[in-house]
Structure formats: C-alpha cells, structure tokens
Design a protein around this ligand. Structure first.
Ligand code: 4AD
Ligand code: MG
Length: 445
C-alpha cells in the first residue's frame, strides 16, 4: 500500500512512492513538462510530469487542471535542492493522479486584488499562502498564551458570552433579546474572573468578546478574542512583572516556532527579538510630558495637532504610537485618569483622580496590546462607583457580593489576541489577524 502522507512530512519519504491529497495551488507547463504546485494544508509541494513518462490520460488530466481543483497524486518523493514549496527541497515525480473536483474559474488570481474583494472572498482567501502563514502564527500565539499560563499556575475558567450587564463601557454593548429580557454579548470575562479567583487563586479566560465599535480603525474589530488573566493578591507592580514575562515568552516562542511563516509574510523580526524583560514603565503624567516634547520637536503642523492632548482623556492612536516609538521595547503606561477608565479600577491613594491601571503599548504603531488594573475591593467604594456611572445595581449585586465574602486586593488584565497577531506579523490592519473579521462594515462571509 502506498502511504498517504502530509506534505510537511515529505522529507521522511525520500525515494519512496507516496500519495498526497490536496488542492492545485498553481501550475505551469513548458511543452512536454508540467509542474503542479499542490498544497494539502500542511505545505506545498512541486509535482512534476514528463510527457514521455506519464500515461497519456494522466498527462492530459494534469494539463486540464484548474486552479484550486481538488485531487490526489501518487508519485516518487525525491530530494531536489531547487524544488520550491513549503517546506521545499523535495518534489514528487507523478505516477498517478485522480481529480476529485475540477474547480470552476477561481476568483482569486495571482494578480493584485483590492482588499474589499479579498475580504468578500475570505472563505477562499484563507487558502493563499500569506493568509495561511498568518493564521498559523495566530494558532501558535494562542498555544503559547495557554502554555505559559498553564505552566505558571493559572487555571482556565470559562466565562459566559451572554451577559446580563455591561463589563466595560455601556456605549459599545451589543444587545440581544434573551427570551424577552435584555441581554448583551460579553465585552469582557473579567467580572466573572473576579469571582473565580476566590475559588482558584490565579485564573484566566480566553474567548471571543464583542464591542459595538462605531469607529473604523485598523485596530478595532467588533468581535475579537481576549485572554484575561486575573490574580488574587496581585498589585499593579506584580501585574507588570507578570505581563512582561508572559508577553516576552509569547513573542520569543512564536519567533522560534513560526520562523518560516514569518519569513513568508516578509516580517522583519529584529525589533521583536528585542522584546525581553524588563519593559520600561512610565506614568500617564510622564507620557503627557513626553508628548509635549514630541510636539515641540516636530515642525509638521499636522503632526503637532495630532499629538495635542489634554489631561484626563485616554490616548488616541497617534499618541500611543508616539509614546511607544520613544522606547525600543513595549512600554507600560500606568496611573491613567480615573475618568478615562472603567468603573472598577482602584483609585490611587491620596490622588483619586488617577487609578491603579496599566496599559502596555507595543512598538511599531501597534498601540494598546493589553489593558489592566488593580480592582476596587472595598464594597462601599464600589457601590458608589456603580451608582456614579449609573449602572443598574441589581445586575451587579453578585459582583458586589465578592467584596462582602472575603474580598482581597486583586488585579488582572486583558490581552487582545488580534492586536498581538497583527504586531507579531507586522500587519497594516487587524482584519487579517482573524479568520473571519467582524467590523462596522463587515459581516460577510
Ligand atoms: O482595555 P480593554 O477594553 O480591557 C478590558 O476589557 C478589561 N476588562 C480587561 C481586563 O482587565 N481583564 O481591552 C483589553 C484589550 C485591549 O488592550 C486591546 O488589546 C483589546 O483588548 N481590544 C480590542 N481588540 C480589537 N478590537 C477591539 N475593538 C478591541 N477592544 C479592546
Ligand atoms: Mg483599554
């Protein structure tokens, strides 16, 4: 029996007859010679047919193959230094070929297409080698995230997607009808994590989260994946130390395990190699001074205007980019104005207008990668915040309970998966970092 193999494993079959099953990525023929580039999901291999060696009906079938037709090919696997492909350096001398489905004219051609066209054909575009590479990097980032947390005593505890109340800003809620009652898609799993730490100490949730973001930016999706660690007894300083170890591990491991894919994407990884602890830390106030300095340095009036900033507001992308570009590593910005952040963040003692929060800003214009804080654990203060913000108290009764039955200081953060993928892959827009993006203007396919 001829072994059915995966292209990724072809080096183990040098000199043997093998069968592969997949799709025709590309083909070229030069007179009596046909080259088929066949992919099977694990790689791409060059398959060669000589007219004088191949049975005529097989040669004919190969000649008539259309792009993305599905097929099986049996032939001799042999090493060839020049053979293109992934992993490459091997080709298959075709002995037999069976067409499963002859594809109709394929909409995606090796020429340039506009992004909207490609996104309309996302269900087919994921087969293209660049998209294939990005989504493999994504899978590895997910795995490294879980590996690190699992190895460091964090328990994965899932949190609900259908929620009775807001977890973040009430302006970005997706409402749903829940058997006649008002419910929302989860913006975060954090509030449930805060319950779970009293049961498990250190936990994380990792799932899809939803924001009705009305802005069209290259950093926002309406559905994105977030990994949220939450830790009992952690301070803001503990949080930063943990984050820098965690993020560095994710980056360095992904660089090792997905070197080929990052090369395919054309990512210059020099600056990523630099992502090792410790990361610089600056306060929000110092970040504002830094922006002022950048404004003074530039002669470009447009840039000057973009970097304008008043104390009390959160940063926009131009601010984040300018701050991050002042450092050679990701930078922690801590102690944001309380008014610009979520209701649950602990005010700084003696200066309640700022809170014990920290965002991690990535270099190269990727902006806020994580957002986190120490959480208010004093029941009266939290009651007061819930009232101030105008949140319905009944919906938060259980959350307030946590401060009544063994409340402890605690902290946590959320890591935006697609922001991380976009950064690691060097993507100009976050929509390529997720298999099927959901944005203000896209719900198809
Ligand atoms: O800063 P955010 O809104 O924080 C929270 O939701 C907290 N409850 C997390 C926590 O403390 N457990 O979101 C966290 C991260 C951001 O830093 C960003 O990376 C990503 O989630 N993010 C988005 N990514 C893509 N599209 C959006 N619309 C995003 N909004 C936030
Ligand atoms: Mg944030």
């Amino acid at each position: 029996m001829t072994p059915v193999i995966q292209i990724a494993d072809i080096a183990n079959y040098d000199g043997q007859t093998v069968t592969i099953r997949g799709w025709l990525y590309n083909s070229t023929h030069k007179g009596k010679l046909i080259f088929l580039q066949i992919r099977d999901g694990t790689g791409i291999v060059q398959c060669v047919l000589f007219q004088r060696e191949a049975p005529p009906e097989i040669f004919e079938a190969a000649l008539n193959l259309t792009q993305e037709s599905s097929l099986t090919v049996t032939g001799l696997a042999r090493a060839d230094e020049r053979a293109p492909g992934i992993p490459g350096k091997f080709e298959i001398g075709v002995k037999d070929l069976h067409v499963i489905q002859l594809a109709e004219p394929y909409p995606i051609q090796p020429k340039e297409h506009g992004i909207e066209f490609l996104m309309d054909h996302r269900h087919l575009w994921v087969r293209s080698s660049r998209q294939w590479a990005i989504l493999r990097v994504r899978a590895t980032i997910i795995k490294t995230i879980r590996d690190w947390l699992d190895a460091h005593g964090y328990l994965l505890v899932d949190t609900p997607i259908i929620s009775p109340a807001a977890g973040e800003e009430t302006t970005t809620l997706f409402g749903i009808d829940y058997f006649g009652a008002q419910a929302y898609l989860a913006q975060t799993g954090q509030l449930y994590n805060e319950a779970n730490i009293a049961a498990f100490g250190k936990v994380y949730c990792f799932g899809p989260t939803f924001r009705a973001e009305k802005s069209k930016t290259r950093r926002h999706l309406s559905e994105f994946w977030m990994c949220e660690p939450e830790m009992a007894f952690f301070t803001l300083e503990d949080l930063m130390a943990m984050e820098e170890a965690f993020i560095s591990y994710i980056i360095q491991t992904t660089l090792q395990e997905r070197r080929e894919e990052l090369e395919m994407i054309g990512r210059d990884v020099t600056r990523l190699q630099n992502v090792t602890p410790p990361f610089p830390r600056i306060s929000y106030d110092d970040a504002l001074d830094l922006l002022k300095q950048r404004r003074e340095e530039t002669d470009d009036p447009e840039q000057k205007a973009l970097l304008e900033m008043t104390w009390g507001t959160d940063f926009g992308s131009p601010h984040e980019t300018a701050i991050a570009e002042s450092f050679d590593k990701p930078v922690f910005v801590y102690h944001y104005p309380s008014a610009a952040k979520a209701f649950y963040m602990t005010p700084v003692e003696g200066r309640p207008e700022v809170c014990r929060s920290v965002d991690l800003l990535a270099p190269e214009g990727y902006g806020e990668i994580t957002g986190g804080s120490e959480r208010i654990f004093d029941v009266e203060l939290l009651e007061q915040r819930v009232a101030e913000i105008g949140l319905p108290r009944e919906a938060y009764a259980w959350y307030l309970d946590l401060r009544r039955f063994g409340g402890v200081p605690h902290a946590g953060f959320g890591l935006g998966l697609e922001r991380m993928v976009a950064w690691v892959c060097g993507l100009s827009h976050i929509r390529e970092a997720v298999p099927y993006p959901r944005t203000l203007t896209r719900l198809y396919p």
